[in-house]
Design a protein. Structure first.
Length: 218
């Protein structure tokens, strides 16, 4: 990688050279998502050295101390801390996460899987509705601001079509009106992003515990 191209490596949809996309394809999001995931784990991804036409060395650091993480804030650039310990609060639970922000999907999925959950994802409300009606989930985490079909419309359609499992609304807008609108649309509860990992897990356990107990007894 040439020195004057390094600055574009960690920019969304940016690649070192336009010829890279033409030759190899790709969206230019790989390193961005890798760095944000590393940030969520209390670390970073950085370019150590690079020689044009030879290769590059990247360094990944991760903080393994037991600290509290904050999830769902795509604009936050400072490192988050997240323990790499594996928990079992959500062992056996099936969770659908619907969010159009790929970094949020990656972060939420990583945390919930670390707590024992089986995680599926959707990138808009339309896909969320289709998956929820076709598969069996214990709870849906539904971002309210999504393209194609937003979270309000998705929750409304799911309830109208007979979906009875818990729906947890997630939004960056912490207004009371937003929460009331989400509940009216069919969501059972609401959390504002960014949300602490432990708060999210506790809320999921609280909302889906009854459904999990009933399923595990069958």
């Amino acid at each position: 990688i040439k020195a004057d191209e390094v600055c574009r490596l960690f920019q969304p949809f940016g690649q070192a050279s336009n010829s890279t996309a033409r030759k190899y394809g790709g969206t230019g999001l790989g390193l961005v998502l890798a760095r944000r995931l590393a940030n969520a784990l209390g670390g970073d991804v950085a370019l150590k050295e690079s020689e044009p036409n030879t290769g590059s060395t990247f360094v990944v650091t991760i903080d393994h101390s037991d600290k509290t993480s904050t999830l769902g804030d795509s604009s936050y650039e400072a490192p988050h801390e997240l323990s790499l310990t594996t928990w079992t609060e959500l062992e056996g639970s099936c969770i659908l996460i619907a969010d159009d922000a790929l970094d949020n999907l990656l972060l939420f999925s990583t945390v919930l899987r670390a707590h024992g959950a089986i995680v599926d994802t959707a990138v808009d409300g339309f896909e969320a509705v289709e998956k929820a009606l076709r598969n069996t989930y214990d709870i849906i985490l539904l971002d309210l601001q999504m393209p194609v079909k937003d979270g309000f419309a998705a929750a409304n359609e799911l309830r109208r079509r007979g979906f009875t499992k818990p729906i947890l609304a997630l939004t960056a807008m912490a207004m009371a009106e937003e929460r009331a609108k989400a509940i009216e649309a069919g969501c059972d509860d609401h959390l504002s992003k960014p949300v602490k990992a432990e708060q999210l897990v506790q809320k999921i356990v609280q909302m889906s515990g009854t459904h999990l107990d009933a399923r595990l007894m069958q």
